[in-house]
Design a protein around this ligand. Structure first.
Ligand code: NAD
Length: 457
């Protein structure tokens, strides 16, 4: 296992509960000592070893053999490079994000397109084309990206059931896309509201969050990105199309940490979420595209709409005011959380019943009863990675796969016991709600599902 921060520590108890392995079979390497205590509790070997572009081959070759599994839960290590090495060594692989080597996110020689998640995903897709077969390597299988792809499929089946559309479980990508089209899905948000709180307020000059602060700052500083639906009438004024690749997404020439949209979850109701770029924004729109005679005839808009814990919103606000300069101090809150939930799901919009959210509502109290060393956020990620890992072990020769390629029933069966209340809720919410009377000139009232109606700034 590479990395033992919030997610690495969160998954350790689950690995020993669900896999028939002994501590001797697992080695953890990470750049520092943050996972030492939890590793010792599970009697797992822990080594401090920061992987770099220059040393990763040597360090990984030393530690893994044919038939092993490399679980990559670190920041600042290249998913593509490590994945390719695992391919060569006959080693199964999983990560929760398509991560680059350190320095990529802040490299001023790269333009916005080159620093996008779109570009990182294209790197993984190029590898997939190069190595058509081989040991299974699961790309981007955490909560989101990851688990939410299974939520979308379950949500589609639920909407079909509730709107009288007869369907069997689709068997492949084209059938899933045609089901989404038939139901009239125009926009998909990964709508998340994290309400976990610590009694200790955020201090000036400190970044507080419920998961990786470095990871969040990195992705928040990338351009805001969204899968771009065929119903959209116009590109946003600050939007750009890509010059290469699958063409399923666009990006804005501004960072996600200062770009907000209107969204909705059952617990919170309407709220503003940040369009933090994520792999699933692109892979969802790509997966649900229907192409006929070389022309895309259907594709939903898809992106993340994230309200992190309130202390993280304040931290982002402070960081944005310093033009993205990260605070020197960080506080990852786990044990000190006293209340709150992570409500993480997918909001499918545009169908007969308007909007439907499906996902996990997990409280900190329930999390603590379920698995130690977790908060609600990390458990949603850890259990999804566990499901991906078990899927790879059961299907060891699939080559490189994305979260959409996993059987969603398998993923939901493994993860459900750890997701708190896993449920769906319909709503008549649209981004025009309560606004048409106040600011009609900003809106396209002829189609509520236009991106410009969602956008706050
Ligand atoms: P964290 O910041 O808590 O921990 C990061 C870990 O990476 C630490 O153990 C650190 O020592 C290690 N590390 C840093 N540089 C390294 C290097 N060069 N070589 C080896 N190890 C190195 O992060 P986290 O919250 O545990 O997140 C881990 C990863 O999972 C991040 O990439 C994050 O973006 C991703 N993530 C994905 C999801 C999802 O839902 N898909 C959710 C949360 C986190």
């Amino acid at each position: 296992m590479v990395g033992c921060g919030s997610i690495g520590q969160a998954i350790l108890p689950l690995l020993f509960k669900h896999l028939a392995i002994s501590p001797k079979q697992l080695t953890i390497i990470e750049a520092d000592k943050r996972g030492v205590k939890v590793a010792a509790r599970y009697k797992v070997k822990h080594q401090v070893c920061a992987l770099t572009k220059d040393n990763y081959e040597k360090e990984i070759r030393k530690r893994v053999n044919l038939g092993d599994f490399l679980l990559n839960l670190s920041v600042d290590t290249s998913s593509a490079d490590i994945m390719e090495l695992c391919h060569e060594l006959g080693v199964l692989y999983l990560d929760t994000v398509a991560e680059p080597w350190a320095g990529f996110y802040t490299d001023s020689r790269l333009n916005a397109e080159q620093r996008s998640n779109y570009a990182l995903r294209e790197g993984i897709l190029a590898l997939k084309r190069k190595h058509k077969e081989g040991p299974t390597a699961v790309s981007c299988m955490g909560a989101n990206p990851g688990l939410v792809s299974s939520f979308i499929k379950q949500a589609l089946l639920n909407i079909a059931r509730d709107t009288g559309v007869k369907t069997e479980k689709p068997k492949n990508r084209d059938e899933w896309a045609r089901l989404a089209q038939k139901l009239g899905i125009k926009v998909i948000h990964v709508a998340e509201r994290d309400t976990q709180v610590s009694p200790k307020p955020k201090e000036v000059g400190e970044f507080v969050n419920t998961w990786s602060i470095d990871g969040f700052v990195s992705e928040g500083g990338q351009p805001a990105e969204m899968g771009w639906g065929t119903h959209e009438k116009a590109l946003p004024p600050d939007g750009s199309e890509h010059t290469f690749g699958c063409m399923a997404a666009i990006y804005l020439n501004r960072p996600g940490f200062s770009t907000r949209v209107r969204t909705w979850t059952p617990g919170e109701g309407p709220f503003h979420g940040f369009i933090i770029t994520h792999n699933e924004s692109i892979s969802t729109s790509d997966y649900f595209s229907i192409v006929e005679d070389g022309k895309v005839i259907y594709r939903p808009t898809a992106h993340y709409a994230y309200h992190p814990c309130d202390a993280a919103v304040l931290s982002l606000h402070e960081m944005a005011g310093k033009n993205g300069q990260q605070q020197k101090r960080q506080r990852l809150i786990v044990d000190e959380i006293t209340a709150g939930n992570d409500e993480l799901g997918v909001l499918l919009m545009g169908h007969k019943k308007t909007s439907y959210w499906f996902g996990s509502d997990l409280s900190i109290q329930e999390t603590r009863k379920l698995v130690p060393y977790n908060n609600a956020t990390s458990l949603q990620v850890a259990v999804a990675a566990l499901a991906g890992l078990m899927y790879a072990i059961e299907n060891p020769s699939l080559g490189i796969i994305e979260a959409e390629d996993l059987d969603h029933d398998f993923v939901l069966k493994i993860s459900k016991p750890y997701l708190g209340k896993l449920h769906g809720k319909y709503s008549d919410w649209t981004p025009l709600q309560d606004r048409a009377k106040l600011f009609p000139e900003d809106l396209d009232t002829s189609d509520p599902w236009q991106f410009k109606n969602f956008r706050v700034n």
